[in-house]
Write a new protein. Sequence first.
Length: 590
Amino acid sequence: MKENKITKINLKQLLRLIQFSTLPKGPIILILILSLLQTTTGLIVPWFTKDLIDVLSVSSLNIMKICMLAGAFLIQAASGAFSTYYLAFLGEKVVANLRKRLWKHTLYLPISYFDQHRSGESISRINNDTTIVKELITKQLISIFTGMISLIGSLCLLFYLDWSMTLIMLIAVPIMFLVMRPIGNKIYQISKQLQAETAKFTSVLTQVVSEIRLVKAYTAENVEQRNGEASIENLRQSGLKEAKVFAILQPFMSLIMMLMLGLVIGYGGYRVATHALSAGALVAYIMYLFQILMPLTMMTQFFTSLQKAFGATERMIEMLEWETEPKVTHAPSIHSNQPIHIKQLSFTYQQIDEPNYILKDINVTIPPAKVTAIVGPSGGGKTTLFSLIERFYRPTSGEILLGEQSIQTFSLQNWRDQIRYVSQESPLLAGTIRENISYGMKREVTDEEIVSAAKLSFADAFISQLPKGYDSEVGERGIKLSGGQRQRIAIARALLHNPQILMLDEATSNLDSKAEEVVQKALQNLMKGRTTLIIAHRLSTVIDADQILVIEQGRLTGQGTHDQLLSSHRLYQQLVQQQFKWNRSHEHQS
């Protein structure tokens, strides 16, 4: 009962997934017509053969019947060729539509999804699991439909030719299904395990290859080799389990079929010898028997493919059912030259009875077109505040307002278009400098605009010295450029987008003093006339801010200018003293 329920659920999910792929109706109808034509002519051929053999046995040649037989063969071959091609066309269409759907859904999933799932697993869902569903649809689904027609038609003709022999033959059918039932459940379990191991292995590959410099820097090749080999071994073991099932299934099916064939030939030979059956009828009977055996083989393959597809479907449906970021249809327009009010803001990643709050009861106003700096010990919640403003997460309680309007009411895309974020990592994509500066622009950008942004960010000087200039490749994650160069390209990108709200997260923390000086000048150009929030550990970069917020252990403990906090806030005083000592020590070492 439980197994039937699982199968029913999985079949429902599979049908939903096929609906997601929006199959084109025209090719489906054409494939069905061609397949039916192929099946019908396949049923006619043995009958023509019977008549031809019976006629030849009495030394009389009928040219018309030979021509009809040849014509039936040609129609069967032609319709088979065209249906095979259109099945491949349909399968590619299905997998393309599914992958597009999954890829679009992946791009609009919230950050919380990626916090919980490895990127390699998502890649495996889009790439590997869709191929399993394609195999089912292209090679099995429509073939099983025509196979059933061929099976029913052949059985009817077999009963007509010799009902007693057909009844004897049908004894094998319930035996086959009794064996198939437990094997099918086993295949489903193995397939789920195999796909999970494939996703895990893809995840290991993705992580190691993307962080290969870290692996080499820590001479962790042996560690990663062992991890990779362990995943490969798990894949091998899962593959062997699947092979064991097929090693039992296929010989068993072959044995049943050979027994059926031997029984028919033996009993049929006896019927011909006693003149109860003509030689032509026996040949036709054997040909129809093969037309039954082929659909039965296809049913076996369909059954195993279906169980494998159930495993793939379950994971894809789980991904597709994950709620995407909210889409506001009737959103108010955004007037970003207003203050940002943060009221009673609290946030935790864990929705439990006693959560560990990252931020707790934050109340502050960020004035428009001014610079607000945020300082405090690491792990205090500063970057999390940025993530909440960008709406990567929803507050656990409290709200963030622009003027009098909650930012949750704005269109997510329009809201994020107001903001540009420059982090300490300065992420770049593999491609040219030009592509990285203009990344995310929703209109065509002229070379003059790109050069202008690069000049304002002080990036043009080093770009013009490169052999290919703006068409120079930056390498994966910008590895061909220095930290300061990557920062300046990130600033040029932000300048080109002309944001109203600017967020800088430790934008100069990884730079030497010379590079920091150049980047600071670029940041001054970027901050002009914009609402700017800065996270910085180097207090020298924020002493001129219009207001400074001190956040420690998720709470706002201080607010004011540099002078005000220096005279009244104990932690800020300690931070300044530590910074002063570090600067003096650094100058002495220099």
